[in-house]
Design a protein around this ligand. Structure first.
Ligand code: PLP
Length: 468
């Protein structure tokens, strides 16, 4: 009996050519070409055949042409979806490394897009018509903002640190406090980078206390430089000591030893009134007289991934000439995006234009108003099985910076009688665009701080759809 049903079902499976005639499928052929669509049809028909033969009844319904068409449409859509997609970040983590760190300002996007589809004067001096160096493009603008004499841009801050050490300290000693031998994540560890650069690590002090005398005692014939690293992603509290920057500079310069400071996140604006008090500001390092400072472009600076090295020309020039510079250089898109970002700082409009800084500076009251308004709009679109609750919590700066700074925010908890929190999280993640939220103590939480106001409508329908 079952055998004859199999035969009947198998006979109902249409031929590839018939499927190709269906309107949704014909539209895919039009858009993507025939061979991809044909291979997807063949794969599905084979799967259905195998399913029926194996007696799996879930395939019985698939043989109808309408169902086949819908399944294929979904599969082609999934297959052709770009691998890299914009997502809605509702986690409240502003510099979310897994979500690409800093979103670019409108100015940065415009500068990037202006050069992306055209030729550009990347290494061409428009005044003389001669070859120039990409490396000099932003030196002037960085100098205006930072007060630095010279500057160069590389692929990221990890590359900046490596290149500095490799150029200035290969075969010599680099003095670092034991409290600053940090791991940033993604296997970037100061001692390992130092070893790979050819420099020799000279640790001084202890994990919690390093005094100026410890540095002094370490100075010798082989000393290449003092490296001061901002412990970006952790804090030691309590019985601690670290020499002030000016004290360290005094000592180093008396002995003609340069000081290099890795400040990590590239903060260029004073954010202390928003609770960001422990991040070093790049301009302050330059003003204090460090020989080189380096930092990321895509952390608190709020631009594209890049590493910026700024300071005195005497030390920047040999870095430029290092043959390894070639392996870390950045392309015109990055220069475009970085220049567009930095232009907001020069204009004194960083807090108004750069998304990361805008997100940090939104007031808790504004976030509460936005969240209430959002809930008022969302409620009528949710089924009766759902509940939303607002409560106070914290956003996180993230990206391995500001570990102690928690920004007060309003959180939305989504609850459903049908779905557990992790199921809500997964369903939101599979929306288009995907919505990424926070799971905490088995609760699905949204923080509007990191959601662009222009994304709120999409977020609303995403949630409504996911909780259906
Ligand atoms: C983040 C960070 C780095 C690495 O910077 P990337 O731009 O991510 O390569 C290096 N040093 C410090 C102190 C940092 O905080």
């Amino acid at each position: 009996m079952r055998q004859s049903t199999h035969q009947a079902l198998l006979r109902q499976i249409p031929a590839v050519d018939q499927v190709l005639l269906r309107p949704l499928i014909a539209a895919w052929v039009e858009r993507t070409g025939r061979s991809l669509v044909v291979s997807e049809i063949q794969a599905l028909l084979q799967e259905v055949r195998d399913g029926i033969r194996s007696g799996d009844e879930t395939y019985d319904r698939a043989v109808g042409m309408d169902n086949l068409e819908l399944i294929l449409d979904q599969r082609l859509r999934a297959r052709l979806r770009p691998q890299l997609l914009p997502v809605i970040n509702a986690t409240g983590v502003i510099l979310h490394t897994n979500l690409g760190r800093a979103p670019l300002s409108t100015g940065a996007q415009e500068s990037l897009s202006a050069v992306s589809g055209h030729y550009a004067n990347l290494e061409f001096d428009l005044a003389t018509g001669e070859r120039s160096y990409r490396d000099k493009l932003l030196e002037g603008l960085l100098g205006e903002i930072l007060g630095s004499e010279a500057a160069t841009v590389v692929n990221n801050n990890a590359a900046a640190v490596f290149l500095i050490l490799n150029t200035l300290a290969s075969g010599k000693e680099v003095v670092v406090s034991r409290g600053e031998l940090i791991e940033i994540g993604g296997s970037f560890r100061i001692p390992d980078i130092l070893a790979r650069s050819g420099a020799v690590l000279r640790e001084v002090g202890t994990t919690n206390k390093t005094r100026i005398q410890d540095y002094e005692a370490a100075i010798g014939r082989d000393t290449a430089l003092f490296l001061r690293v901002h412990p970006s992603n952790y804090r030691i509290r309590g019985f601690t000591e670290r020499p002030g920057l000016s004290e360290l500079l005094d000592l180093a310069h008396r002995h003609e030893v340069p000081v290099v400071e890795d400040i990590g996140s590239g903060l260029l604006a004073d954010l202390s009134r928003f609770g960001i008090t422990e991040e070093p500001i790049a301009q302050k390092s330059i003003t204090a007289g460090v020989d080189l400072v380096c930092f990321s472009g895509d952390k608190l600076l709020g631009g594209p991934q890049a590493g910026i090295i700024a300071g005195s020309r005497k030390w920047i020039e040999p870095i430029r000439k290092n043959p390894l510079m070639r392996t870390y250089r950045v392309e015109k898109l990055i220069y475009g995006a970085l220049e567009g970002t930095l232009a907001a700082y020069r204009a004194g409009r960083a807090l108004e234009e750069i998304p990361v800084l805008m997100m940090i500076s939104i007031s808790p009251e504004e976030l509460q108003r936005r969240s209430r308004r959002f809930v008022r709009r969302l409620k009528p679109r949710l089924p009766a099985s759902c509940r939303i609750e607002l409560f106070k919590g914290h956003s996180v700066v993230g990206g391995g910076s500001c570990p102690g700074s928690e920004l007060p925010t309003t959180l939305l908890a989504l609850e459903s009688a049908r779905y557990r929190a992790h199921v809500i999280e997964a369903r939101l993640r599979s929306q288009s665009p995907p919505v990424i939220l926070r799971l905490e103590e088995d609760r699905a939480l949204l923080d509007l701080r990191t959601v662009f106001p222009s994304q709120e409508d999409l977020l609303l329908s995403g949630i409504a759809h996911a909780l259906e």
